[in-house]
Ligand binder design. Structure first.
Ligand code: PHE
Length: 344
């Protein structure tokens, strides 16, 4: 009898349970009515009288240990699973910080909205492009300085035949070339996207930035249409008092070409350091699509004409939010980005 008690005592000391079911099985095995300890209790009356005292003590000890052990294990599970008093389980684990929209995205979306209301749809194209779409089809002569190493990042350069070069697009006009190849007029698209130029990074230049280009091709499209659309855009973007002016300029793919200024919204046109005392700030390039470009992209220039314009999203954002250092846009400093929290 004593030997049996010792054996059970050792088992009880070594007891462990991985979950509540295992614990219950242990309780039944040792402590239930038909359990091992009760069986010994029933045998107790057969113990010779002179041993009764010692066996009785040991038996009680076994029972107490078993109860203690099971209670201790139970407490462990209770703490893990159910002890939720005073804890609000519906609370989020930690404060969830809402991200803020990037200023360039805010402005890009606003520009897309404005042109969207005028009937322009979005077209996109690859950032790694071939020379054909960035330059050749857009009427850049093979020795045009814009193909120079200064401006263009080369992925694969071909010394004998520049038109086989693979490059990072330097403007989103490449998307216009792709759209014109695929679609016959009427075409009315805007092409937002990132572009790359091999420039030294400073507060006013970066090796990548964002453009939105517009293209409209149909019968009888004239410069007047272009001017009206750009005036509408400028007034929606910068306020109804905004004036525009077009200065003659040069782009290989448009003829005639122009650059557009808006009246300086800091001094209202009177002249200030921001507009270098001219009262005007430049915001985009534009022009009538050169017939050679239409033809190169498979559109009959005798039947159709078109206009195109291109603007820099960083430039417009600088004007709207007076951000002085272009590098802020790509540094991901949350103190800067959070400034735009409520903007959209
Ligand atoms: N692609 C020109 C640039 O990157 C902008 C432009 C687009 C000018 C369309 C005229 C027409 O500077």
């Amino acid at each position: 009898m004593l030997a049996k008690i010792e054996e059970l005592l050792q088992e009880v000391e070594g007891m462990s349970a991985g979950n509540a079911e295992e614990l219950e099985a242990l309780r039944i095995k040792y402590l239930s009515k038909k359990g091992a300890i009760n069986a010994l209790m029933a045998d107790f009356r057969n113990v010779p009288a002179d041993q009764k005292k010692e066996v009785g003590m040991r038996l009680n000890e076994l029972k107490n240990r078993a109860q203690e052990k099971i209670a201790a294990l139970k407490e462990r599970f209770d703490n893990q699973d159910n002890n939720t008093e005073g804890i609000d389980l519906t609370r989020t684990a930690y404060p969830i910080e809402l991200g803020t929209r990037h200023p360039l995205s805010i402005v890009r979306n606003e520009i897309i909205d404005i042109f969207g209301r005028m009937g322009f749809t979005i077209a996109e194209g690859p950032e790694v492009e071939d020379d054909l779409h960035v330059f050749t089809k857009l009427n850049f002569a093979a020795d045009h300085p814009a193909r120079d190493m200064q401006d263009t990042f080369f992925v694969e350069s071909n010394a004998e035949d520049v038109t086989k070069n693979i490059i990072l697009r330097t403007h989103t006009s490449s998307v216009q070339a792709r759209v014109m190849e695929k679609t016959q007029p009427p075409i009315r698209v805007i092409c937002p996207g990132r572009v790359y130029r091999n420039e030294a990074i400073s507060y006013r230049a970066h090796c990548f930035f964002h453009q939105i280009e517009g293209l409209y091709v149909d019968k009888n499209v004239s410069f007047t249409d272009l001017k009206q659309v750009l005036l509408q855009f400028a007034q929606e973007m910068f306020g109804p008092e905004t004036k525009i002016r077009l200065r003659p300029s040069y782009f290989p793919f448009t003829e005639p070409s122009a650059e557009m200024d808006i009246s300086c919204d800091i001094c209202g046109g009177k002249g200030c350091p921001f507009c270098k005392y001219t009262g005007w700030v430049e915001i985009l390039g534009c022009g009538m699509v050169d017939p050679a470009v239409l033809d190169a992209c498979g559109i009959d220039s005798k039947v159709y004409s078109g206009y195109a314009f291109g603007l820099g999203v960083e430039r417009i954002t600088n004007l709207k939010y007076k951000v002085k250092d272009l590098r802020m846009f790509s540094e991901n400093d949350t103190r800067f980005l959070e400034e735009f929290e409520s903007a959209n």
